[in-house]
Design a protein around this ligand. Structure first.
Ligand code: ATP
Ligand code: MG
Length: 577
C-alpha cells in the first residue's frame, strides 16, 4: 500500500528543474539519469539516497535510469561487488535501462582526448606528479604554466599516441587539458585527462596502459549514454565548470566519429549534452558510511561481513529485515536539498516501524521464559485457539495457536514485588492470558539460585471466550506460548552498531572503532509458536509486544528457526539521554 509520501511526492528543486526542462522541451522532452557506483564495496544507505533519486526521477518522468559501474581505475573491481550492487538495486525495487561499465567507453574517451589535442586544447606534460602540484598554485596564488604547455599539436599527438602504445613509464607523462593555470577554480588549472598506469584492467585486460581521470571520464560517459540530468553530490559543484568545458569542446551529439566505435558491439545510445545538478549527501547519525570504513569493519572482523545485520549496507539492512519500502519512504521523507545535514537514525527506524505496522503479521514468542502452569486444567489438555494475524487488517486472516496447561511467559511480565504501576502478573494477582482468559497467581516457585522458575495459576473458567465473565476487566494482558508445542528458536537481538551519534568524529586519539556498541548483538534462545517456525526465510513479523523480527535470510529453517530483531516497537534511543 502506498503511503502519503509516495502517492504525493513532495516537490524538491531537482523535481522542479526536471519538470521545467520537460515543459520547455529540452532534451526532446526526454529524461535519462544514471547511477554510477564504483564497484569497490557494497552499497550503503547513502547510495540508496542516490538510487532512489536517480531511478525515482526517471520513473516519475517516463524516462530511463542506467546503471554504470565506474571502473576507470584498473584492478579495483571485484565480481562480488558487481553482483551485490545489482542485487541491491533490484531489491530496492528499481530496474535499470542499460547496464554499462565506464570501461566500455575507453575507445570513446581516447578519441575525445585526441580531438582535444587536435583542437590545441590538450597537451602532453612531462612534469611529474610532485612538480605538477607545485605548478598548480594554491587557493590564493595562481598556478604557473608548465614548460611543456606550448608543445605543437603534432608533437602532442605523437606523444599521446606513444603514451597509448606503452612507450613511457608510469608517471612520466600526463595528458592535460589546456585551460587556464590562473583560474580561480583550481579544477580548471589544466587538469589531467590521462595518466600512464601499466596495470591490467579487470575488463579490458592489457589493452590499455593509459587510463582517463574521473572528471573527464564521467562527463563523457554521461554524454555517451544520453544522460539528460546528471545528479551528483555537492562536492562536485566546483567540478561542474570542468564538466561543462569538456562537453562543450567535444560536442558529442554532433560528432559521430567519437561514439562510432560503440556501434560495433551494440552499445551505441543517442548522445546528449547533460546537465550536472548537485544535491546534499545523506549523512546518518550512529553509523559510518564511507566504504573505506565499512571495509575496515569487515576486514578487522568487527562485524561478520558486509551483510552483517548491523551494517548500514543495503544487504546488511536487508538481512536485518528492513524493507525496501521503508528505505524508499525514509529518503522520500528526508527530501533533496543543497543543505548538508545529519539525519537521526531514529527517523529510519521510525520508517521501518511504520511500514511493518501495516505489513507484518503478528505471532507470539517468549524470549526470556518462566513457566506458568495452570493447575485447574488436566495434564495433557490441549486446545486450538484462533488468532487474527493482524489487529487492523482482516486480509491477513487468522491462524491456529495450540494452548495447554503449561505455558512460557516472559520474565518481564511477572514481578514478585511489583513496582508501582506494574499491572501484569504478581503473586495473588490476576492477569489476562491473551485469547485464553484470566489467570490468578497462587504460588511462586524458585530455583536453587533464588530465581523464579514457575508461577502456578488458576484459570477462571467463567472468563474464557464465550463465557459470561469473558469481558471481566483486569488491568494487564500478557502473551504466552504452550511449552508442549512451542519451538526453540535462536533470537538475535540487534541494536545500533555505534553508541554515539557521531562515530566519525575522531578526537583524543579515538576513532570509530572505539565507539562500537558492546551490546549491538545479543543472542538468546527463545520460544516461538509453531507457526512462526515454518515461516520462510525473510518473512517479517511482529512478535507481539516484543518488536519486529525477520526469519534470517541465510540461517533460518523450520528445523532450526533463527530470527533477527529488526527494531523494537518503540524508540528506546531518544530517551537514553
Ligand atoms: P563512499 O564515500 O562511501 O565510498 P562514493 O561516493 O565514493 O561513496 P560511489 O560508488 O562513487 O561511492 O558512489 C556512487 C554514487 O552514489 C555516486 O553518484 C555518489 O554521489 C552517490 N553517493 C555515495 N554516497 C552517498 C551519500 N551518502 N548520499 C548520497 N549519495 C551518495
Ligand atoms: Mg567514489
Amino acid at each position: 500500500m502506498a503511503t502519503d509520501a509516495t502517492v504525493n511526492p513532495p516537490q524538491h528543486f531537482i523535481r522542479q528543474i526536471v519538470a521545467a526542462d520537460r515543459q520547455a522541451g529540452r532534451h526532446g522532452g526526454r529524461v535519462v539519469t544514471r547511477f554510477p557506483p564504483e564497484p569497490n564495496g557494497y552499497l550503503h544507505l547513502g547510495h540508496a539516497k542516490s538510487i532512489c533519486l536517480n531511478f525515482g526521477i526517471a520513473a516519475e518522468n517516463g524516462g530511463t535510469c542506467h546503471l554504470r559501474f565506474d571502473d576507470t581505475n584498473p584492478a579495483r573491481e571485484d565480481p562480488e561487488f558487481v553482483r551485490s550492487i545489482q542485487d541491491d538495486v533490484r531489491w530496492l525495487g528499481f530496474s535499470w535501462g542499460a547496464l554499462r561499465h565506464a570501461s566500455d567507453y575507453f575507445e570513446v574517451f581516447y578519441r575525445g582526448a585526441e580531438k582535444l589535442v587536435r583542437m590545441g586544447l590538450a597537451y602532453v606534460d612531462d612534469l611529474d606528479a610532485e612538480q605538477m602540484r607545485e605548478y598548480r598554485g594554491t587557493l590564493t596564488e595562481p598556478g604557473r604554466n608548465s614548460p611543456f604547455r606550448d608543445r605543437s599539436i603534432e608533437e602532442n599527438l605523437d606523444l599521446f599516441r606513444r603514451m597509448r602504445a606503452g612507450e613511457f613509464a608510469d608517471g612520466t607523462r600526463t595528458l592535460r587539458a589546456r585551460i587556464d593555470m590562473a583560474a580561480g577554480n583550481i579544477n580548471l588549472r589544466d587538469p589531467a585527462i590521462y595518466r600512464i598506469r601499466k596495470v591490467r584492467h579487470q575488463n579490458t585486460g592489457d589493452a590499455w596502459c593509459i587510463y582517463p581521470m574521473y572528471d573527464y571520464a564521467h562527463c563523457v560517459s554521461d554524454a555517451v549514454e544520453g544522460i539528460t540530468h546528471s545528479l551528483c553530490t555537492l562536492e562536485f559543484e566546483d567540478h561542474r565548470p570542468l564538466y561543462d568545458w569538456f562537453l562543450r569542446q567535444l560536442d558529442l551529439p554532433s560528432d559521430p566519429s567519437l561514439t562510432e566505435p560503440l556501434r560495433a558491439n551494440g552499445l551505441w545510445l543517442q548522445p546528449s549534452t547533460p546537465q550536472q545538478i548537485e544535491f546534499a549527501r545523506g549523512n546518518i547519525s550512529y553509523t559510518v558510511m564511507s566504504k573505506r570504513k565499512l571495509l575496515a569493519l569487515v576486514n578487522e572482523k568487527l562485524v561478520s561481513g558486509w551483510e552483517d545485520p548491523r551494517m548500514p549496507t543495503i544487504s546488511g539492512l536487508r538481512r536485518r529485515g528492513y524493507t525496501p519500502e521503508a528505505i524508499r519512504l525514509f529518503w522520500e521523507r528526508i527530501g533533496i536539498s543543497k543543505q548538508n545535514s545529519v539525519i537521526d537514525l531514529g527517523v529510519l527506524e521510525g520508517c521501518v516501524r511504520e511500514d511493518l505496522e501495516r505489513a507484518a503479521a503478528r505471532r507470539f514468542a517468549v524470549l526470556d521464559p518462566i513457566l506458568l502452569t495452570i493447575s485447574n486444567l488436566p495434564a495433557g489438555h490441549t486446545e486450538t485457539l484462533h488468532f487474527p494475524n493482524h489487529p487492523k487488517d482482516a486480509r491477513f486472516g487468522t491462524r491456529d495457536v495450540p494452548f495447554g496447561p503449561r505455558l512460557w511467559i516472559d520474565r518481564d511480565d511477572f514481578m514478585e514485588v511489583p513496582a508501582k504501576g506494574f499491572h501484569r502478573l504478581v503473586p495473588g494477582g490476576e492477569v489476562r492470558l491473551r485469547g485464553v482468559g484470566i489467570a490468578r497467581c497462587d504460588e511462586v516457585l524458585k530455583d536453587a539460585d533464588g530465581r523464579v522458575s514457575e508461577v502456578r495459576c488458576t484459570l477462571d473458567p467463567d472468563s474464557r471466550p464465550g463465557m459470561a465473565g469473558a469481558d471481566r476487566k483486569v488491568k494487564g494482558t500478557i502473551h504466552w506460548v504452550s511449552t508442549e508445542h512451542a519451538r526453540a528458536a535462536e533470537i538475535r537481538l540487534y541494536d545500533r552498531l555505534f553508541d554515539v551519534p557521531d562515530p566519525d568524529e575522531e578526537s583524543g586519539g579515538k576513532t570509530y572503532r572505539d565507539y562500537l556498541n558492546p551490546d549491538s548483538l545479543r543472542v538468546v534462545r527463545g520460544w516461538v509458536e509453531p507457526d512462526a517456525a515454518s515461516l520462510p526465510p525473510e518473512a517479517r513479523i511482529q512478535f507481539e509486544r516484543l518488536g519486529y523480527f525477520v526469519a534470517d535470510r541465510h540461517d533460518h529453517s523450520p528445523q532450526r528457526p533463527v530470527f533477527n530483531r529488526i527494531t523494537t516497537l518503540r524508540d528506546t534511543w531518544s530517551t537514553r539521554g
